[in-house]
Design a protein around this ligand. Structure first.
Ligand SMILES: Nc1ncnc2c1ncn2[C@@H]1O[C@H](COP(=O)(O)OP(=O)(O)OP(=O)(O)O)[C@@H](O)[C@H]1O
Ligand SMILES: [Mg+2]
Length: 341
């Protein structure tokens, strides 16, 4: 007989809320030279854990695989390999009933308000739709819609509005309200504030923090803005060409970055100039590599000013540089955790 573990199930209510291990997502690109199929290794062996009520900030340049990682966790795309446990259940092996439950437990807010809401539907229709799909009675769904409007501090009359009648900040609040209706445990926020003005960004981030506290939510936030990471997340994962190159508590990763890529990002950060509206991708020196023709050794090697001969031929593994701080770089191989890098 199969044990719970064999079925991809472990005890819920304990352990991390999200646990990703060895996750890979490769896309096939057809139509290359002689019809060759090329692999885009968008996510290439990612492991991370998010504690209940915690927030992981995922940062990295454009095209590093952040949204693909999020979409794979959301089961919007099928992983190539690896496990994703949500509240103890491996969703890659979930039964239909477990999958329905998971879909109500994990919500998402995307960057572009237009992609979160249907332009031809009233705000109320957009908000109640996920509940109707999950079998909630229409009258109950409408009552819940009024409740979530008060949670996001917007008047009920906005339920009758259409998306084009609302500002970007209001639309993102509505998208958050819509994410809340099924009482999720986790919300994945993919650049939730990067399309908003700075003053509105702060309001939306503060609202998300209040909701996290009152509802015990677990967040994964994707952002190019290290100010947002510093303000919002307790843990940071730095992604480069499909892999996490540095992972640890925000104070360690932002306060004492170890990987040459993270150091480059910190140097490129608009932190020092709060009026700078540039995104990390515009500021980090050098060109990101390609996910199709990855270097044989360390994938950051071609851009790294600290590279040595072995970086060209060998892939570094994760090294602990602190109690919960890991770096995938040969610079720290052989050093004891806690040594200054
Ligand atoms: N459906 C798909 N088919 C083929 N390639 C894809 C697909 N989705 C994503 N990719 C590729 O995977 C890579 C990672 O894309 P992804 O959108 O995850 O990056 P990202 O880190 O979110 O970037 P950004 O910061 O610009 O949002 C890119 O090279 C992208 O072209
Ligand atoms: Mg993205």
């Amino acid at each position: 007989m199969m044990g719970a573990e064999d079925m991809g199930v472990c005890e819920t209510g304990t352990g991390p809320m999200i646990e990703v291990s060895g996750l890979k997502k490769y896309f096939s690109l057809y139509g290359g030279f002689w019809g060759a199929v090329r692999k885009v290794r968008a996510v290439d062996g990612v492991s991370l854990a998010i504690d209940r009520g915690g927030t992981v900030g995922l940062v990295g340049e454009s095209g590093s695989g952040k949204t693909t990682l999020a979409r794979t966790i959301l089961k919007l795309t099928k992983p190539t390999e690896g496990a994703i446990r949500i509240d103890g259940v491996d969703i890659t092996k979930a039964t239909a009933a477990q999958e329905t439950k998971m879909r109500s437990e994990v919500a998402v807010v995307f960057q572009d308000p237009a992609s979160n809401l249907n332009p031809r539907q009233t705000v109320e229709s957009s908000i109640i739709r996920p509940m109707i799909i999950h079998g909630v009675k229409k009258s109950d769904a409408r009552a819940k819609a009024r409740e979530v409007m008060s949670m996001i501090k917007m008047d009920e009359h906005y339920l009758r509005s259409y998306p084009h009648q609302l500002s970007g900040g209001q639309l993102q609040r509505i998208a958050i309200a819509r994410a809340l209706v099924l009482a999720p445990k986790v919300i994945i926020l993919d650049e939730p504030t990067s399309a908003l003005d700075i003053s509105v960004q702060a309001q939306v981030l503060n609202m998300l923090l209040d909701l996290q506290e009152s509802m015990g939510l677990t967040y994964m936030i994707i952002t190019h803005d290290l100010n947002v990471i510093r303000y919002f997340s307790d843990t940071v994962a730095v992604m480069y060409l499909g892999k996490l190159v540095e992972y640890g508590l925000t104070e360690d990763v932002v306060g004492n970055p170890r990987h040459p890529y993270t150091r480059g990002l910190m140097g490129a950060s608009p932190i020092l100039d709060p009026t700078h509206r540039g995104r990390v991708k515009d500021l980090m020196p050098g060109e990101p590599g390609s996910l199709i023709n990855l270097p044989k050794g360390c994938r950051f090697f071609p851009r790294c000013d600290k590279a040595s001969a072995r970086c060209e031929s060998l892939e570094p593994h994760d090294v602990a540089v602190g109690p919960s701080h890991t770096v995938g770089c040969f610079l720290y191989d052989g050093k004891k955790a806690g040594d200054k890098g």
